[in-house]
Design a protein around this ligand. Structure first.
Ligand code: NAI
Length: 332
């Protein structure tokens, strides 16, 4: 059986890294038929809309998608294309597994964290007003129902994956209502899971503790903005943005994408690391139950990283996107 999945190549390095991913997954025998649609800058230039309706329709129909990074046109009053997709499709969980990889030297070994980010609220609601010239307010949205929804998802994920400790990180001392609602929701849902260790920590404290020893953490549950920031921090702990995959998951639809953005500084040079998007593709395979092929791709990734002969520049090597991808296909 072939699965139909939506492919959004994305902007900047997006087409390079999603192209590499499609090649590797095909070489691994992944039975996926891609339906390609465009969002972001490319879509905006062609249609005047960053997320055209056909993108949402395709994802609503296929229920699974792989997405390259998107650039949001600036200064036109548009919502971020990424935020639009997450909000329109209610992809309320941002899932980012952060794991040490072989052959990538970092200050810590054995990092194995999962960052869970509430994807639909917080300052990403995009509500900003200029009250008076130079006096701006941004609205931080926090509903108890959204806090409970992602907390439930988090505990169920942990149960299924055998994860043991969840840390809910926020700043209720400064925002007792918005952050307080998030923490309250977490604690309420947590009562149903007494067999999973749980704590709440101030987000600033967590940042320091992660830098000092990330192996003390297991699952981090965060609001939207702090989840965005800590995802990048955690990526830095295991080798950078080139090696951390992710998914935006709702009750019906899941869109897989790397943590990184369009990397305009290296776009078009053919040197981007495709691993983060490829690993997101592996997560897609796991999501639909194609574990054997997912494992096969993972073994090829492990093999190439361990040998260290074909690493991209961000990992200290001299390979480019194509030679790295070729090495992965050879390893398969
Ligand atoms: P970025 O992640 O694009 O780049 C940060 C740094 O990491 C750059 O030096 C870049 O070269 C490097 N980098 C990122 N991915 C890499 C890869 N695969 N291989 C090698 N090096 C890599 O973040 P930045 O510069 O803040 O954002 C650029 C654009 O991307 C912005 O328009 C932003 O809105 C958008 N963006 C989109 C995201 C998405 O679609 N999910 C997420 C983050 C940013």
């Amino acid at each position: 059986m072939a699965y139909k999945a939506t492919l959004i190549p994305g902007d900047g390095i997006g087409p390079e890294v999603t192209g590499a991913t499609v090649r590797v997954l095909a070489a691994a025998g992944a039975p996926i038929e891609w339906e390609t649609v465009h969002a972001g800058r490319k879509a905006f230039e062609e249609t005047g809309i960053p997320v055209p309706e056909n993108v949402l329709t395709s994802l609503r129909t296929n229920r699974i998608g792989l997405k390259g990074p998107l650039e949001t046109p600036k200064g036109k009053g548009f919502r971020s294309a990424n935020v639009t997709i997450r909000q329109e499709l209610e992809l309320y969980t941002g899932l980012r597994p952060v794991k040490s990889l072989p052959g990538i030297i970092t200050p810590y070994e054995n990092v194995d964290l999962v960052v869970l980010r509430e994807n639909t609220e917080d300052l990403y609601a995009g509500i900003e007003h200029e009250l008076a010239p130079g006096q701006i307010i941004s609205v931080k949205v926090s509903t108890r129902s959204a806090g409970e929804r992602i907390s439930k998802w988090a505990f169920e994920y942990m149960r299924y994956r055998g994860r043991r400790l969840i840390s809910c990180c926020a700043k209720p001392s400064v925002n007792p209502m918005s952050d307080g609602a998030f923490v309250d929701a977490f604690q309420k849902i947590g009562q149903d899971y007494p067999y999973i260790a749980q704590n709440t920590m101030p987000i600033d404290n967590v940042s320091m503790a992660l830098a000092m020893d990330p192996t003390n953490f297991d699952v981090l549950l965060l609001q939207n903005l702090s989840g965005d920031i800590l995802s990048d921090l955690c990526a830095g702990l295991v080798g950078g943005l080139g090696v951390v995959p992710g998914a935006n998951v709702g009750d019906r639809i899941a869109v897989f994408e790397a943590v990184h953005g369009t990397a305009p500084d290296i776009a078009g040079k053919g040197i981007a690391n495709p691993l983060a998007v490829l690993m997101s593709g592996v997560m897609l395979l796991e999501h639909i139950g194609e574990r054997a092929i997912a494992d096969k791709v993972n073994r090829a990734i492990w093999d190439v990283l361990e040998k260290g002969e074909h690493l991209t520049g961000d990992l200290g090597g001299n390979a480019n996107t194509k030679t790295f991808t070729d090495a992965l296909i050879d390893a398969l």
